[in-house]
Design a protein. Structure first.
Length: 224
């Protein structure tokens, strides 16, 4: 059986464009959907930690992590994946993220899995937040099973864990995955403008206090 490579290439391009369009959504549109995703993310993390208790220590020691509770991947000849997750820094939720993945190859059937990305330091997280984190074609993940996290090693400050939810994970490749980050409101640091405004307000307050004291002293001298 001969496969038309041009047709496959076009199909792959269409699949990639479709996923990128979906990926632009990033954060859920409603508060209810955000809450549902957050709940699913924490549930998936607990399931992964239950499968490998050592993973809990990895997460607690990490600078930050992103958890994608449902990642779908599959297709015949042309495969692709998409998932939406929640990002945490120092134990605090800071935003949402989309993952898109396109691949061309002999993939039959479907796969559904949870994916955990652990960041060793702030530099690694910043790359992710700036949408600069892309896994190379030969990048692989650690399959979550008892004891697996104990021998985990960071690569460029990042480690990836996956746990199948449905379907057979014939391989643990995460090559080609790309991420889009969207911060939640109030997760950033106070702006310079706000800080300057606060300083100005404090300065005005000090000036008014000094003026009030002067007026009181003058009034007392006049009375005497």
């Amino acid at each position: 059986m001969k496969i038309n490579t041009t047709t496959v290439g076009r199909a792959a391009a269409i699949a990639l464009v479709t996923m990128l369009i979906i990926g632009c959504q990033t954060a859920p549109k409603t508060e209810a959907k955000k809450a549902s995703l957050e709940q699913d993310a924490q549930s998936a993390l607990k399931q992964m930690e239950a499968a490998d208790p050592a993973l809990a220590d990895v997460v607690s020691r990490a600078y930050a992590y992103a958890i994608f509770p449902h990642v779908g991947k599959g297709g015949l000849i042309v495969g692709g994946g998409y998932g939406r997750g929640v990002v945490y820094e120092q134990g605090r939720q800071i935003g949402f993220a989309d993952m898109t993945q396109a691949s061309v190859g002999a993939q039959i059937g479907g796969q559904s899995f949870s994916e955990l990305i652990v960041f060793e330091n702030k530099e690694a997280l910043d790359r992710f937040k700036n949408n600069q984190l892309t896994f190379s074609a030969n990048a692989s993940a650690v399959a979550v099973k008892k004891g697996a996290a104990s021998s985990m090693k960071y690569e460029n400050g990042v480690a990836v864990f996956v746990m199948p939810r449905a379907g057979l994970m014939a391989e643990l490749s995460v090559g080609g995955q790309k991420f889009t980050f969207s911060p939640v409101e109030g997760s950033g640091q106070p702006s310079t403008r706000s800080a300057q405004g606060a300083s100005a307000t404090e300065g005005q307050s000090d000036t008014r206090t000094t003026e009030t004291k002067t007026e009181i002293k003058t009034e007392r001298r006049t009375t005497d």
